[in-house]
Design a protein around this ligand. Structure first.
Ligand code: CP
Ligand code: NVA
Length: 305
């Protein structure tokens, strides 16, 4: 049985995550087969932060499954201020068949899931970005042909994207290392969960402040912005602190010879990654962005069918 919501990868088993990846690959290979699977169903998309990929891929994704989407901008709902989360949930559950939310505190998506009778999908919170990690591991499977035993090094801030990569990697038997400046490590509970789960799948989760050690032998080096949405005031101070963690050509000398570069995007060339890396043949960032579409179609199918 699949969960009612898609809030955190921690709510899923390795079998369920493998199944989702297989379904996503099937949808990507045979999109026409699924073109009426969500006929007449509507997904409400609540955005409290900006987006390109998440908005477009959910919007296009549900249309390709025969359904509709509704974009609700930050100004429109003003979740918890203009109207309580409870009341928003109780209204929307009578009007739509699923709700995607991009917001700040992770508790908001959890509260929506508790209140609403329709499925809730986490489209990014300050804590996690599970749809991104599903697209990322779909991409790794395509590019490397395997997930088991593969080494992914995430370099930068121990943020929402890092957390979801740790969770997915632990469920899928991958070796994930998170390389951060001191003080910017992932949350302790995230590390504890990923370490314990990885022990069951033959994977591992390592946190380090040493970029050379962290990326040694990596099959994938992954970067994200140094200051996430909501941390704009810290952006300048972080630039100096994070510069030793820039993903550049020299860093790749310590990775596997055929190592790939990934980034959830948006990217800032000259900050967390050089143009020489992100625009090189190693980079699979646009394949990764496209895979948001296929991965989320699989998620919507499982939850809303
Ligand atoms: N990677 C990602 O979630 O992109 P957006 O912020 O543009 O949705
Ligand atoms: N860590 C980034 C990811 C953007 C997709 C942020 O939260 O802004």
């Amino acid at each position: 049985m699949f969960a009612n919501d898609f809030l955190s990868l921690r709510d899923f088993t390795p079998t369920q995550i493998h199944h989702l990846l297989e379904l996503a690959a099937d949808i990507k290979a045979r999109p026409a087969e699924f073109s009426t699977a969500l006929k007449g169903k509507t997904l409400a998309m609540i955005f409290e932060k900006p987006s390109l990929r998440t908005r477009v891929t959910f919007d296009v994704g549900i249309q390709q499954l025969g359904g509709f989407s509704l974009y609700l901008s930050p100004a429109e709902i003003n979740l918890g201020k203009r109207e309580s989360i409870h009341d928003v949930a109780k209204n929307l559950e009578r009007m739509v068949q699923g709700i995607m939310i991009r917001t700040f505190a992770h508790q908001i998506v959890e509260e929506m899931a508790k209140e609403a009778s329709v499925p809730i999908i986490n489209g990014l919170t300050d804590y996690s970005h599970p749809c991104q990690a599903m697209a990322d591991f779909l991409t790794i499977k395509e590019v490397k042909g395997r997930l088991d035993g593969l080494k992914l090094a995430f370099v930068g801030d121990g943020n929402n994207v890092a957390h979801s990569l740790m969770f997915a990697g632990a469920l899928l038997g991958a070796h994930v290392s998170i390389v951060t400046p001191p003080g910017y490590e992932p949350k302790r509970d995230a590390t504890a969960w990923a370490t314990a789960q990885a022990a069951n799948t033959g994977g591992s989760c390592v946190i380090t402040n040493d970029p050379v050690e962290g990326v040694r032998g990596a099959d994938v080096i992954y970067a994200d912005v140094w200051a996430s949405m909501g941390q704009e005031a810290e952006a300048d101070a972080r630039k100096t602190l994070f510069m030793p963690y820039q993903v550049n050509e020299a860093m790749f000398a310590h990775a596997a010879a055929d190592a790939s570069f990934m980034h959830c995007l948006p990217a800032h060339r000259g900050e967390e990654v050089t143009a020489g890396v992100i625009d090189s043949p190693r980079s699979v960032v646009f394949q990764e962005a496209e895979n948001r579409l296929h991965a989320q179609k699989a998620i919507m199918l499982e939850l809303m069918c």
